[in-house]
Design a protein. Structure first.
Length: 110
């Protein structure tokens, strides 16, 4: 089993079934037109959040507390998650989200 939890560049080590996500920039989301015009957030008001996974916890324990349930997401995955399901934190001026794996709605196939 490969350890996908150790990531250089992630200042946070998530616990259990949590992941650390770097939110996508407006350019990565496609909210900036080819001519550089920024499309306002109101256009995408109620859409789910997206980001890139930068760190992954080891997984939560099963009901008996004897075995860890492996995480389905891995570092580098681009994910979409519920809009109000994350906690926002800033470390050294960079914004990160901490998200429970159960709040991840999907992984992009890129």
């Amino acid at each position: 089993m490969t350890d996908t939890t150790n990531v250089s560049g992630s200042p946070i080590k998530p616990l259990a079934d949590r992941i650390v996500v770097r939110p996508l920039t407006p350019e990565e989301l496609g909210h900036v037109s080819a001519s550089g015009i920024i499309i306002p957030d109101t256009v995408s008001k109620e859409k789910p959040e997206q980001g890139v996974v930068v760190a992954v916890g080891q997984g939560k324990w099963d009901e008996d507390g004897e075995k860890r349930i492996p995480m389905e997401v891995k570092v580098g995955d681009r994910v979409v998650f519920s809009k109000y399901s994350h906690d926002e934190i800033k470390v050294n001026g960079t914004e990160y989200y901490i998200v429970a794996e159960t709040s991840v709605l999907g992984i992009f196939n890129n």
